[in-house]
Design a binder for this molecule. Sequence first.
Ligand SMILES: [Zn+2]
Length: 184
Amino acid sequence: MRTLVLNAGYEPLAIVSFKRALVLVMNDKATVIERVEEDPVWGTHGVYDRPAVIILARYVRVPSSRRVPVTRRGVLRRDNHRCGYCGKAASTIDHVLPRSRGGADSWENLVACCLRCNNVKSNRTPQEMRWQLRFTPRPPHGTAWTAGAPSAATRGGSPTWPSRRSPCCRGRTSRSRRLGRAPS
Ligand SMILES: [Zn+2]
């Protein structure tokens, strides 16, 4: 069982073993925001919730050598100037979780967006719009970025963003799957 670690700004940071996650929680470095139900951890000093997702108490700056700085141009380039929602030519960028609601200026929270989708979406989330992102936004790195291809659209889904499921069953299945819980 692995645990997703979110930075204090809610962007995904790493996936660690649940033991490592528990150590962070016990040292007050992180808080559990989702636990795996009915699967507690039995330790020598007691029983603990098995963390599925934790959030760090303090914001961790990721070394710049590991991350490409976020720019509007960079986001457009990563997404091949195609709207993350409808696939048409994009000239703007959109905060997936709107900035007014705490969304970060991060690679994970920015997508290329056409003017129309940007205006229609305004300060709502894709879930509220019943829109599907065409891909999971990720920081560009390595050969995929320097070579300019393939785009983020060809990469796999993340544990937090149910990108490839139909809107009708999105909420429940993704949640149960993420927590490793059998659907009831
Ligand atoms: Zn669009």
